[in-house]
Design a protein around this ligand. Structure first.
Ligand SMILES: *Cc1c(COP(=O)(O)O)cnc(C)c1O
Length: 356
């Protein structure tokens, strides 16, 4: 009845351990929908890695609002990736967490403001990268050094760099940015980085042996071994139709005989329309029309597949279910059968996560 994420637990845990082993200083990231697993589950897994000696003493969350669900399942430090601002959720952190939370500071004025409110705050200074999301310029980074020095109890935990997803090597940019950190004269040798490959991390550690590098990793950790994960939907109904039969919210007619399948999983789960099938050149569309292809009558590819073949939506997905059109010919699945679904894990709300 459910859209389910099934996890081969032994295989998944083996991957987590292998990645943690290969990545000294690893900072797991648990944010959003928890990469499909929920952030609470990822927090417990990070605690499990920590207890096995993998050194995952810090967990990163995306937002201040994500702190409460992870703080009770993971007992180490909590890095908040959204920069601190003098308003909103950043000012509502449970004081019991003050000693565990590491803020990200991306503006010099915010640093002054934060330290005025909490003189012993723990924080990282974010240096802007070519991604241009948040962060201090080299000049602004220099301007923070006297502010930090002027607050004796302030706890600077390092410099944060959020790099774009790899398009060639990041090393030139990272080297330039780390040199800015050295030039700024800040009293830290810890650099928190995102999206460096294992090779780039090794080169960075070799180039700056005095620095501690803390790679923040989400996708490659939690979703790095896709073969450990399977997403399924349940077939809830199968209605035989003849050409011309009416179905759906919009009173569409079946273009040929087959079945309307109703399967679990819809817009509420994040199931969306896929790109139109195939190639959309005029010649390709003419060929599809000549073959009588269903995409030619406006059916759109769905992420659901049956017996290894991706099937077409009979109409756009509904809230909790989707209607598919299965033309006459292939096997009609049984009611209750589970079929595969291709999803974006970071944008899918599963009804169930089953770890075996
Ligand atoms: C989400 C995020 C990460 C982790 O990204 P993945 O691609 O999931 O590994 C790292 N750093 C920052 C700042 C992020 O927002």
């Amino acid at each position: 009845m459910s859209l389910t994420l099934s996890v081969d637990g032994a295989r998944w845990r083996a991957h987590l351990r292998a990645l943690a082993h290969a990545t000294p200083g690893l900072v797991p990231v648990a944010k959003g929908n928890g990469y499909g697993f929920t952030i609470g589950r990822l927090a417990r897994r990070t605690q499990w890695l920590l207890e096995q000696g993998f050194g995952t003493d810090t967990l990163a969350v995306g937002t201040y609002d994500e702190l409460p669900p992870v703080a009770k399942r993971f007992h180490g430090d909590l890095l908040v990736l959204t920069p601190w601002r003098p308003f909103g959720a950043a000012l509502e952190v449970d004081p019991a967490l003050d000693d565990r939370v590491i803020h990200t500071v991306s503006r010099a004025s915010d640093l002054e403001d934060l330290l005025e409110r909490q003189p012993d705050a723990r924080f990282v200074l974010e240096r802007v990268t070519s991604m241009l999301r948040h962060g201090l310029s080299a000049r602004e980074l220099w301007s923070t050094a006297p502010i930090v020095a002027g607050h004796r109890s302030a706890r600077l935990e390092g410099i944060a760099l959020h790099l774009p997803l790899a398009q060639g090597s990041h090393l030139g940019e990272v080297t330039r940015l780390v040199n800015d950190v050295v030039a700024a004269g800040l009293d830290t040798t810890t650099v928190w980085v995102s999206h460096l490959t294992p090779g780039e991390l090794a080169d960075l550690r070799a180039a700056y042996p005095d620095f501690t590098i803390r790679p923040r990793i989400g996708t490659d950790l939690w979703l790095g071994d896709r073969a450990a994960l399977r997403v399924t939907s349940t077939v809830l109904d199968a209605h035989p139709v003849e050409r011309g039969d009416v179905f759906g919210y919009r009173g569409r007619t079946a273009p040929k005989s087959g079945h309307i399948l109703v399967v679990s999983g819809g817009t509420a789960h994040g199931i969306g329309l896929e790109a139109p099938t195939g190639d959309s050149t005029i010649r390709a569309r003419a060929a599809t029309l000549a073959r009588g292809g269903l995409d030619a009558v406006g059916f759109v590819r769905s992420p659901f597949s049956i017996d290894g073949k991706q099937r077409l939506f009979a109409e756009p997905p509904h809230m909790q279910a989707s209607m598919l059109f299965l033309p006459h010919g292939p096997r009609v699945p049984e009611i209750g059968e589970e079929i595969d679904v291709r999803v974006r894990f970071t944008a899918t709300a599963f009804d169930r996560v089953r770890v075996d």
